[in-house]
Ligand binder design. Structure first.
Ligand code: C6P
Length: 405
């Protein structure tokens, strides 16, 4: 069975509205995706029926809330095929997940002068946490250069590896270029030198199947809100052997085994990293979002989005003065572009008047903009509820704006 896009669009109530009198064309899915009714209803359902703090009460509601939170952890475990649910840590998002690793890994595994490798195309979330650790732990950051078409190459990574390299941290899919990085090869390369690899999956986990055991991935970070789930929830997958070696990131309730004023011992995984009341409503709603994706099937979603990306690329290329930023043959759901010297912000504002939602600017990737020698781009990013008709509206909209200049 192919995807029934008409039915899928009905599942997302926000999509049927008008903006400035025009049907909404929502093409800012890399920033955040819209939510299906099943996720929205789940949130209402929890607050209406079982709301209670988790892991803390013997009473009935607390037991039910705890069960639904832990069930969601198992759903995430299954989705990325983690070996154990103890390897799935609930965080507040990709940013929080990477900060957790940067802090815990550098404190326990690095000494001054040790090196972390990242790439030119990283989001600020996979740059700044390492810079903060550079100031605290004295680590150094090495940056893999960008090749012509917006790709990174294994040989460029290997060139940077030294006896001081402790970790490679890389985006699976660039939020600006759309490039799908060869993470299986990067992980193999890292492991050849006994170096663990962190994958920032913020822009991939909703588009491409990921099997952390098949990849032998050490850390995987992603956000619920980019995969049709609620805001405020994220995931850090970490191999048990690394998580066991890392100290807690934050202190507080639930992450302890025993506390006295002299000494505190910590809880087992994953709770050691989950201080304070978790977002148990958000986690359960994320579980619902994963079920929604699984019901349609990630393979089918990927095939559909890939066709949409090809169609959009072909159509956009017809526009005079169009410059697509990021031309790797391996791309996912993101097209950044500039048109004929028009400032992205101006074009974005005018397209907004036509009901078309795009993102403009540096996309939290300023070092990448510097490497490309530009200030920013326009970015269209797709989800599986988008259609070729919406791509046509975008193309017509851009043509209208071009005529105005
Ligand atoms: N990129 C975008 O419009 P958070 O904000 O923690 O959910 O995700 C951060 C993040 C990390 N890595 C990558 C590759 C990302 O794309 C993002 C978020 C959004 O491109 C918001 S800046």
């Amino acid at each position: 069975m192919e995807l029934n896009i008409e039915q899928i669009r009905k599942d997302f109530p926000i999509l049927s509205q008008s903006v400035f009198g025009k049907p909404l064309v929502y093409l800012d899915n890399a920033a955040t995706t819209q939510k299906p009714l099943s996720v929205i209803r789940k949130i209402e359902d929890i607050y209406s029926t079982i709301n209670a703090n988790v892991h803390r009460g013997v009473h009935h509601l607390s037991q039910l809330a705890t069960e639904s939170h832990e069930e969601a952890r198992k759903t995430v475990q299954r989705y990325v095929n983690a070996a154990s649910s103890g390897e799935i840590i609930f965080t507040s998002g990709t940013t929080d997940s990477i900060n957790l690793v940067a802090s815990g890994f550098c404190r326990s595994q690095c000494k001054p002068g040790d090196e972390i490798i990242i790439t030119t195309m990283e989001h600020h979330s996979n740059i700044v946490p390492w810079q903060i650790q550079r100031d605290i732990s004295g680590i150094e950051i090495k940056v893999v250069p960008l090749r012509e078409n917006g790709e990174i190459r294994l040989e460029d990574i290997e060139e940077l590896i030294s006896s001081k390299t402790r970790l490679i941290a890389v985006a699976h899919v660039s939020n600006v270029l759309g490039t799908i990085n060869p993470i299986a090869g990067i992980i193999r390369l890292g492991h050849n030198y006994n170096i663990p690899v962190l994958i920032d999956a913020a822009q991939s986990v909703q588009h491409l199947p990921i099997d952390v055991q098949a990849l032998d991935c050490d850390f995987l970070a992603f956000s619920s809100h980019k995969m049709y789930g609620p805001t405020g929830v994220g995931i850090l997958y970490g191999k048990e052997r690394w998580l066991e070696k890392m100290p807690p990131y934050r202190g507080g309730g639930e992450m302890i085994a025993h506390v006295s004023f002299e000494k505190t011992t910590f809880n087992e995984l994953p709770y050691k990293f989950e201080a304070g009341t978790p977002d148990y409503v958000g986690s359960t709603a994320l579980g619902e979002a994963i079920r929604y994706i699984e019901n349609w099937g990630l393979e089918k979603i990927h095939r559909y989005e890939d066709r949409l990306l090809q169609y959009a690329t072909e159509q956009l290329q017809q526009i005079e003065g169009m410059q697509i930023i990021g031309t790797s043959p391996h791309k996912s759901s993101v097209i950044s572009f500039l048109v004929g010297g028009i400032h992205p912000y101006d074009m974005g504002m005018l397209l907004d008047q036509l009901g078309i939602a795009l993102r403009t600017g540096h996309h939290c990737a300023q070092p990448l903009m510097d490497a490309l020698g530009i200030e920013g781009t326009l970015r269209a990013s797709f989800a599986f509820y988008n259609t070729e008709e919406e791509v046509d509206v975008l193309v017509e909209g851009i043509q209208k704006v071009v005529k105005m200049f």
